[in-house]
Design a protein around this ligand. Structure first.
Ligand SMILES: [Cu+2]
Length: 412
């Protein structure tokens, strides 16, 4: 892969591929954040205008921190600096803008044979590239994780200071926030992150399949569902840009797969693919004809699939500041119905946090996590991490707390 940074999107990951023997398999052409929006819930002036666009208005690169060894990043760290231009065109440098390192992430896989109690345990090491963005009051820690089983994970860790307002002595938050200290009101709000994912799963032409889990229609007691326990997964290929606008559905455990319909897995008999899922899929609670929904119409759907267009990078429009919302992802997608099946496509995926602040978030907020994962889904022949050996103490230098003894991850 290539790692880079620009003033607006912050870290950009390009040309992600996986080498399997001599074969290099293409995965993703480009992954970056497209827009981030924080709409607040208070409908009264001046807060009705409070809706930060942290990518388009602030810039994930421009607001990047200088990362500090041992504080922001621990371990054996490689840093990248980032060079930007100021308002006069002069170059300025952010030292240590991007961090790259490996870290232990618990157990990748393990099995204990219950008959003889022999076990085999492989620890997970993940490659991390990260940055920290300070957008006024909030600090967003941004992480791209690459795991040995092929999993990609994008995680946001939000911390920093709540944006608060002062109440008079007899005023209350009125159901639109909570008091985190006497007369200090912290309003309800949401943090949305819209990722632009340009896939190339085993080639440039890809499709998106929606997966919904449903119980079988056959009634309990019928021959095809005698005890009523049956359920199945329904796969729907999204064919055009109207079908390509879709929402999460907890009732059907819905997720999406980016697939290449020209290449099938020999055992699973399904197109090779990459599954995208998140447990942080909040709907936009502002009304869909609100000011914020006009500027950020892309928040009305969890997923958008569009044909690749090199000019369509920013879901909130190229020039976001004080923008009316005329050239957003929602507007350009709805201006014309286009075919998206087995084409060079772009996937726009929104996740986020609905933040009803707690008293414990004040005066500085402990980290709140959200993000999504992409996992190979009948892409590899079998578990691609089988080539990783079992771990032992000579690798990770673990010791007993109360004795000088060595252990091994193979018991007996
Ligand atoms: Cu918040």
């Amino acid at each position: 892969m290539h790692i880079s940074m620009n003033h607006r999107e912050g870290i950009i990951i390009r040309n992600v591929s996986y080498q399997e023997g001599d074969e290099i398999r293409l995965l993703f052409y480009r992954i970056a954040i497209s827009e981030m929006v924080v709409p607040y819930a208070d409908p009264f002036s001046p807060y009705n205008r409070k809706q930060a666009f942290d990518v388009g208005e602030y810039g994930f690169g421009r607001c990047a921190n200088n990362l500090i060894l041992g504080c922001d990043c621990v371990g054996s760290i490689y840093y990248f600096d980032a060079d930007f231009n100021d308002h006069e065109g002069k170059v300025y440098r952010i030292d240590n803008a991007i961090c790259l390192h490996e870290e232990d992430y618990g157990i990748l896989m393990k099995h204990t044979d219950y008959r003889n109690n022999l076990s085999y345990s492989v620890r997970s090491r993940r490659l991390v590239t990260s940055q920290i963005v300070t957008a006024a009051n909030y600090d967003y820690r941004v992480y791209y994780y690459f795991y040995q089983d092929g999993t990609f994970e994008y995680k946001i860790k939000a911390t920093g200071i709540l944006s608060t307002s002062v109440l008079t002595e007899d005023e209350t938050p009125g159901g639109l926030g909570i008091m985190v200290a006497p007369q200090v009101n912290s309003q309800y709000h949401q943090h949305f992150f819209t990722k632009r994912i340009d896939p190339m799963i085993d080639g440039l032409n890809n499709s998106v399949r929606q997966v919904d889990v449903r119980y079988l229609d056959f009634p309990t007691g019928s021959i095809k569902n005698m005890n009523g326990n049956g359920f199945t997964a329904e796969h729907t290929t999204l064919k055009d840009t109207l079908q390509g606008q879709t929402n999460s559905n907890y009732d059907t455990s819905r997720f999406w797969k980016i697939v290449n319909q020209e290449k099938f897995h020999p055992y699973s008999q399904v197109p090779v693919g990459w599954k995208i899922s998140s447990s942080h899929l909040a709907p936009l609670y502002a009304k869909h004809n609100s000011l914020v929904a006009e500027r950020a119409g892309f928040l009305k759907k969890t997923l958008w699939v569009t044909p690749y267009d090199e000019n369509q990078i920013f879901a909130g429009g190229d020039y976001c500041n004080q923008f009316s919302g005329k050239e957003t992802l929602e507007v350009w997608t709805n201006s014309k119905v286009q075919d998206i099946e087995q084409k060079d496509i772009v996937v726009w995926y929104t996740f986020g946090i609905t933040h009803l602040p707690r008293a414990e978030d004040f005066p500085i907020m402990p980290v709140e996590y959200c993000g999504f994962t992409m996992k190979p889904c009948s892409f590899f022949l079998r578990n691609p991490a089988l080539d990783i050996g079992p771990t032992n103490t000579s690798i990770n230098q673990s010791v007993f707390a109360n004795a000088e003894k060595n252990g091994t991850c193979r018991s007996k």
